[in-house]
Design a protein around this ligand. Structure first.
Ligand SMILES: [Zn+2]
Length: 202
């Protein structure tokens, strides 16, 4: 048995999704089973302490399932001596279209290849982090890789692993049903779910 099998077995016994990764949901369920069922009437994984205000503004735009993941990443990075903030969360299709226009029909350099509905940021599952030194934002730093490893430990997908466009500041919580889907198919299903008012994570 390897560690992933062990985590899966624990998740199975707790009645939660068996993805083999011990993030806030798994630890929340363990906490609820062994320590305290709820904190302030919230499930424990939803009760993680708020982080800095700038991050919380971006985190508020994420789906409730993704919020504890983002908070946990900020907390885990801080525990490793790395100061990060969540600097970007969800964008509407209109906001995405406006970004897509840059460098095409609007002035400035190109900033994205994704039109509205074609970015993971349009569905509440994705966020970007910035590494900071005090108040100074560091767009380039070897610390992004270290944070990537911490994110993967939590069960987040890290943009630093992508092969087409490497995107080290980017993290996303891939829904279980999309675990083995190519990006394009996941985005198509996400658009369909949104149009039909279906939940993203169920
Ligand atoms: Zn991103």
């Amino acid at each position: 048995m390897d560690i992933t099998d062990m985590i899966r077995a624990v998740q199975g016994a707790l009645g939660i999704e068996t993805d083999g990764r011990a993030g806030p949901q798994t630890w929340g369920a363990i906490y609820a089973a062994l320590v305290k069922p709820t904190i302030n009437r919230k499930p424990p994984e939803q009760a993680l302490s708020a982080v800095d205000p700038r991050s919380e503004t971006a985190i508020a735009t994420l789906l409730p399932e993704a919020r504890p993941m983002a908070r946990a990443l900020v907390q885990k990075a801080a525990a490793s001596g790395i100061q990060i903030k969540v600097i970007s969360g969800t964008r509407s299709f209109e906001e995405q279209d406006a970004l897509f226009a840059k460098g095409r029909t609007a002035p400035g350099p190109k900033v994205t290849n994704a039109r509205g509905g074609f970015s993971n940021h349009n569905f509440g599952i994705a966020f970007d982090i910035g590494v900071f030194s005090g108040n100074r934002y560091l767009p380039e730093s070897p610390k992004y890789k270290a944070v990537g490893v911490l994110g993967m430990e939590l069960g987040l997908e890290w943009g630093g692993n992508w092969t087409t466009i490497v995107d080290q500041p980017h993290f996303q919580l891939r829904p279980a049903w999309a675990q083995d889907l190519p990006e394009r198919e996941m985005l198509a299903s996400l658009r369909e779910r949104l149009a039909n008012g279906q939940p993203v994570f169920a």
